[in-house]
Design a protein around this ligand. Structure first.
Ligand SMILES: Nc1ncnc2c1ncn2[C@@H]1O[C@H](COP(=O)(O)OP(=O)(O)O)[C@@H](O)[C@H]1O
Ligand SMILES: [Mg+2]
Length: 356
C-alpha cells in the first residue's frame, strides 16, 4: 500500500508539473504519460503502482476530453484553436538526453523565432535576450504581442522554430524534460483548482519536500494567503471544495493559492504569466513586489500588461508584434520615450490612488 501511495503521489506530482506547464500542452502530456505506462506494462513492469498510475491517467484524460467536448460545442468560434491543440499533440516529442541539475549562469535566446503549427505568421520574430541568474525580468506588451509564447520558449515548454534557446549553453531541446521542469516553476493565468485541502493544494507542487507547518505557513504568507481569515475555518486543513463539504474561494484567493504552490517548488527559475489578471492593478503590483523580495536568488520572469508591476523588475522587455521592441531598465525606457513610455503614461491613472 505504501508503494502504491508513493506511486500515486508521483503521478499526482507529474500531473501537477504538466498542469504548471500549461493546460493545452497538458493534454499532450497526459497522453505521453499514458503511453509511457502502457509501454511499462508491455515490458512486464506491472505493479500495483503502475496500475494506479494508468488509472489516474485515464481519469485525467476523461476530464480533459470532457473539456474538449465543451469546446466543440463552441466549434464555430473555436475551431481554429482546437485545430492548433490537435497539431500540438502531433508534434514530435523532443525529449533530450542531457540532464541539468542546476541552472548556473544564464538563459540565452539568440535570433529566436516561433511559428505555431499550422499558423501562417510567426508569433515571435528574431528575439535576442539573455537572462542572468537571480535577475527579475518583466515581459510587457499588448494582448497578443507574444509574451506567453516567449515565456513558453524560455521555460523550454516550446522549442524555437528558428534560432536557439540555451540554458548555460545547452539548447533546451537537448535537455531531458524532467530535468528541465525541475528547474522551472510556473504560475499561469489558467491555474488549477484542486478539490483538496489548502495544505494539499500547496504541497502538490513539491510532494517530495517534507514541509513543517511553519514553513508552509511562511509560504502562504509570502503569497498573501490570509490563513487567519474566515475563508479558511480549518486552517491548513480547510477543504477547498464545496462538493466535499469545504469552502468556496474567490478567483483572487485561488490565484494566491496557486502562487503559494509556485513558491513551494524549489525551482531555480520562476515564471508568473499574469496569474493576477483578476486582481486589480495595485494589488498585482503588491504581489509582484513581494515576489521579487522572496525570490532573491531565483531568476524570476514576470509577465504583465500592467506597467506598474513591471517597474519593479531589474530589466523590462517590451514585446510588440512578436518582437522584443525595447529592452532596458524602467528609467532607461522612460528616457527613451518610445513604446514603453507611451504605454506607461497611458496607464498612469490606474495607479493614481496608490499615491493618494
Ligand atoms: N496555440 C496557438 N496557436 C496559434 N497561434 C497562437 C497560439 N497561442 C497564441 N497564438 C498567437 O500568437 C501570438 C502571440 O500570442 P501570446 O504569446 O499568447 O500573446 P500574449 O501573451 O502577449 O497575449 C498571437 O497572435 C496569438 O494569436
Ligand atoms: Mg499571455
Amino acid at each position: 500500500m505504501a508503494v502504491l501511495n508513493k506511486k500515486s503521489l508521483k503521478v499526482a506530482k507529474r500531473a501537477c508539473l504538466f498542469d504548471l506547464a500549461g493546460k493545452g500542452i497538458g493534454l499532450a502530456g497526459y497522453l505521453v504519460v499514458f503511453l509511457l505506462f502502457v509501454k511499462a506494462l508491455l515490458t512486464g513492469d506491472i505493479t500495483a503502482g503502475t496500475f494506479a498510475a494508468i488509472f489516474t491517467a485515464i481519469v485525467k484524460m476523461q476530464e480533459m476530453v470532457g473539456e474538449m467536448i465543451h469546446l466543440v460545442g463552441d466549434i464555430g468560434k473555436n475551431s481554429g484553436s482546437i485545430n492548433n491543440l490537435l497539431d500540438f499533440i502531433d508534434m514530435p516529442e523532443t525529449d533530450g538526453e542531457t540532464k541539468v541539475n542546476d541552472f548556473c549562469e544564464k538563459i540565452e535566446l539568440k535570433n529566436v523565432s516561433f511559428t505555431y503549427p499550422g499558423a501562417k505568421e510567426e508569433s515571435l520574430t528574431d528575439v535576442n535576450l539573455t537572462i542572468n541568474k537571480g535577475e527579475t525580468i518583466a515581459i510587457v506588451g499588448h494582448n497578443g504581442a507574444g509574451k506567453s509564447t516567449l515565456v513558453r520558449l524560455i521555460t523550454g515548454i516550446y522549442q524555437p522554430t528558428g534560432g536557439s534557446v540555451t540554458i548555460d549553453g545547452i539548447p533546451t531541446k537537448d535537455i531531458k524534460s524532467s530535468s528541465l521542469y525541475g528547474l522551472m516553476s510556473g504560475v499561469f493565468q489558467k491555474f488549477q483548482k484542486y478539490q483538496m485541502t489548502l495544505r494539499e493544494n500547496v504541497m502538490i507542487s513539491n510532494l517530495e519536500a517534507e514541509r513543517e507547518d511553519g514553513t508552509l505557513l511562511e509560504t502562504l504568507k509570502k503569497a498573501d494567503v490570509d490563513i487567519e481569515s474566515q475563508s479558511y475555518p480549518d486552517g491548513l486543513e480547510t477543504m477547498l471544495s464545496r462538493e466535499f463539504d469545504g469552502v468556496d474561494l474567490s478567483g483572487g484567493q485561488w490565484q494566491r493559492v496557486s502562487i503559494a504552490r509556485g513558491i513551494n517548488r524549489d525551482s531555480k527559475v520562476i515564471v508568473l504569466d499574469e496569474p493576477t489578471a483578476a486582481i486589480d492593478p495595485i494589488e498585482e503590483t503588491k504581489i509582484y513586489k513581494k515576489f521579487k523580495e522572496i525570490s532573491d536568488e531565483r531568476t524570476t520572469v514576470l509577465v504583465t500588461h500592467r506597467l506598474g508591476s513591471a517597474r519593479i523588475a531589474d530589466r523590462i522587455v517590451v514585446m510588440e508584434n512578436g518582437r522584443a521592441a525595447e529592452i532596458g531598465t524602467h528609467d532607461e525606457l522612460m528616457n527613451k520615450k518610445g513604446t514603453y513610455y507611451v504605454l506607461f503614461m497611458s496607464q498612469a491613472r490606474w495607479y493614481e490612488k496608490q499615491n493618494a
